[in-house]
Design a protein. Structure first.
Length: 287
């Protein structure tokens, strides 16, 4: 379910990336701007498991700030024929502001009947008393976008603001080992981008698929060996741990041919890594 998008320079979030590194992946760029601009979609996924209606991640919320644009999550949900009161469970892969934007609105849970599932490690990190959007963090994160202002509205989007209203509806877990959150929905440790980043493995009738959250932010991270460190995302809380997690899941996808969807893949499309001659390529699953 698409909430919006951000279009940023292709190397904005990857300090070691050169524009030429995008050459094999021009289909992932936004051609309207006639330069190396990467399209990052914001939103979440709707999963049906038995009698459960599950939302995975919740976009940036009703008041995004440039370069994030959106607020379309409500319409995306309405297009499915469901109402927010129908949602039984909400799972956050991690607690960055562009994933929890619809957790609550105006101090009330947006999904009134849902149980919210959150990794305890992320809750402890993002709701710590000393957590905040400091000028140093803003400058470091947005320097390559040539922005001097914050990239969200802390008075609305800070984790404590979004998440405190859902505390009574929240069930905490810790995915340091494989953990079945709901029937057919298994949480796997993908920490590194944040302390409690999780990957969800969906299992049904012998089939599997991975919802990656922000394990990776672009498909090339799942294709390349990254031996030059070119796909080194700027805002990991623990870069070594994040890289190890990507390596681990990349190998699984290669070896076991598991399809996946990322938290910011263009259009939130599913795809998989396939072989094309002697190289690996990303292929969207269509239909």
């Amino acid at each position: 379910m698409i909430d919006g998008e951000a279009v940023v320079p292709g190397n904005a979030f990857y300090p070691n990336l050169k524009d030429s590194d995008w050459d094999p992946y021009s289909n992932l760029l936004e051609p309207v701007f006639h330069q190396c601009q990467h399209l990052n979609t914001l939103g979440g996924y709707l999963v049906r498991a038995g009698d459960r209606i599950i939302v995975v991640d919740g976009g940036a919320g009703p008041q995004p700030k440039w370069p994030f644009a959106g607020g379309g999550f409500r319409s995306s949900l309405a297009a499915t024929g469901l109402d927010r009161s129908d949602v039984t469970d909400v799972i956050f892969t991690h607690l960055h502001f562009d994933h929890i934007g619809w957790a609550s609105v105006d101090g009330k849970p947006y999904f009134p009947n849902a149980t919210y599932h959150i990794d305890q490690r992320d809750w402890n990190w993002f709701l710590a008393p000393d957590f905040g959007f400091t000028d140093e963090e803003v400058d470091k994160s947005m320097e390559r976008l040539e922005l001097s202002a914050n990239f969200c509205h802390p008075e609305n989007d800070a984790p404590a603001v979004r998440l405190r209203p859902i505390a009574d509806q929240t069930k905490f877990f810790q995915a340091d080992e494989e953990l079945e959150l709901l029937p057919g929905v298994v949480a796997l440790d993908g920490s590194g981008h944040t302390p409690g980043q999780v990957v969800l493995e969906l299992r049904s009738h012998g089939e599997r698929g991975l919802l990656l959250g922000d394990l990776v932010h672009a498909q090339p991270e799942l294709v390349d060996d990254n031996d030059r460190g070119q796909w080194n995302f700027i805002s990991h809380t623990d870069h070594d741990r994040a890289h190890a997690a990507v390596e681990r899941f990349r190998k699984r996808m290669w070896d076991e041919k598991i399809p996946a969807a990322g938290g910011h893949f263009p259009g939130l499309r599913w795809g998989h890594v396939v072989r094309d001659g002697n190289k690996r390529v990303w292929e969207d699953i269509r239909g």
